[in-house]
Ligand binder design. Structure first.
Ligand code: CP3
Length: 355
């Protein structure tokens, strides 16, 4: 078993006692850090950083040099799987991710294969191995993937979207075709996450950024069903420890009971729900991750601290089973000192909840 100097994050996910509430930030490595922008400039672009294990490791560690974060997250992207399926991922400045060859019909789906994690995606596993070695047991390493539904939105829309008309057209006109794609994606995600775990990831998270654009019935059929399949297919013990799995659907406050029923260890919350309400509904089954509005980091430091304190008291009594985080990724124009104050406040203000 890899010795861990700080296992607070893993313990909180398993609802075991901890001394303080652990914290990490979605997108903690990224453009708000000048040292990240420097590395990306040197490499040329974002995917070149992802493809180089030493650079991916460097930017993963950067936020941990600045702040006492309780976990590191692999530096990569959810769109590595569709890229490995041959869709041709590229980034247009200011416009986010795009695909050269989006999915348009059943024939496109029949053509795509399930990527070999130690083949087309070996660069991701190499990054995991390098980061794990470099962390040297300081904090746990989080692996991740996109949810089948969220990956499919990018693959069918050809990039980011607001109304999701192309994928919804397929969903309502040809549901079986979409199911074929989602099933291939679920199988791919299972292999991909299990390979990350074998390479050293000590917990995994599934990002379902766009599940919240569905009706309750469609969410269950087209997103949650496939995340449940992933939870069932994951390696849940490795290297002498449980490997906790966190599911995060943005805008899913209405469906927390259904998410918790998948058998995941933790549910990620965005900021549109009170954590107190979430805890009352599912806190006896799973840990909760979240849930400060990332825009709160624009506020003056005392206001950030007040919000941290509100969220901690909302989770309340006992305190374990809570991993503090933002409700979505940190914005690129946030002052890093505000992020630092946020992290320090969580540690300081949470201690009384763990006596
Ligand atoms: O959290 C971390 O620090 C780990 C790294 C990480 C990235 N993307 C790096 C990244 C993680 C976990 C992701 C997940 C991801 N990627 C999601 C799910 C979470 C979410 O944010 O909703 C999604 C939907 C994507 C797809 C994606 N990748 C988009 C929409 C973009 C453009 C966003 C933007 O801000 O321009 C990316 C690119 C991306 N992924 C960047 C980073 C640091 C920015 C690249 C750059 O310009 O340097």
């Amino acid at each position: 078993m890899t010795e861990l100097k700080n296992d607070t994050y893993l313990r909180a996910l398993l609802r075991q006692p901890v001394d303080y509430t652990p914290v990490w930030m979605m997108r903690q490595a990224g453009r708000y850090l000048p040292e990240y922008r420097e590395v990306r400039k040197g490499a040329g672009d974002f995917m070149s950083v992802c493809r180089d294990a030493d650079l991916a490791c460097e930017v993963t560690i950067q936020p941990l040099r600045r702040f006492p974060l309780d976990a590191a997250i692999l530096f990569s992207d959810i769109l590595t799987i569709p890229d490995a399926m041959g869709l041709g991922l590229y980034f247009e400045t200011g416009e986010g991710p795009k695909f050269e060859r989006p999915i348009t019909c059943k024939a496109d789906i029949d053509k795509i294969g399930i990527p070999d994690p130690e083949g087309e995606l070996q660069y991701v596993m190499n990054a995991v191995r390098t980061i794990k070695k470099t962390l040297n047991g300081d904090v746990p390493l989080i692996g991740f993937s996109g949810s089948p539904w969220t990956l499919a939105t990018y693959m069918i829309e050809g990039g980011s979207s607001k109304a999701f008309t192309k994928i919804k057209k397929m969903m309502f006109a040809e549901p079986q075709t979409l199911h074929l794609l989602l099933d291939k994606l679920a199988d791919s995600v299972i292999l991909y996450l299990n390979a990350q775990i074998a390479a050293g990831a000590q917990s995994v998270m599934v990002f379902d950024t766009w599940g919240g654009v569905l009706s309750p019935r469609d969410y269950k059929e087209f997103s949650l069903q496939y995340m449940a399949k992933i939870v069932d297919g994951l390696t849940r013990h490795n290297d002498g420890r449980k490997v906790p799995v966190t599911l995060f659907t943005k805008n899913a406050g209405m469906w927390l009971e259904d998410i918790a029923a998948t058998g995941c260890d933790a549910v990620g919350l965005d900021w549109t729900i009170d954590i107190e309400n979430a805890k009352a509904r599912i806190g006896d089954k799973v840990a909760l991750q979240g849930n400060m509005d990332p825009s709160m980091l624009y506020a003056p430091l005392p206001r950030i601290e007040q919000e941290v304190s509100k969220i901690l008291s909302g989770f309340g009594e006992g305190g374990t089973g809570h991993v503090f985080n933002l409700g979505h990724g940190i914005h690129p124009d946030v002052n890093p000192d505000h992020a630092g104050h946020f992290i320090e406040s969580v540690h300081r203000l949470s201690k009384p909840y763990h006596l």
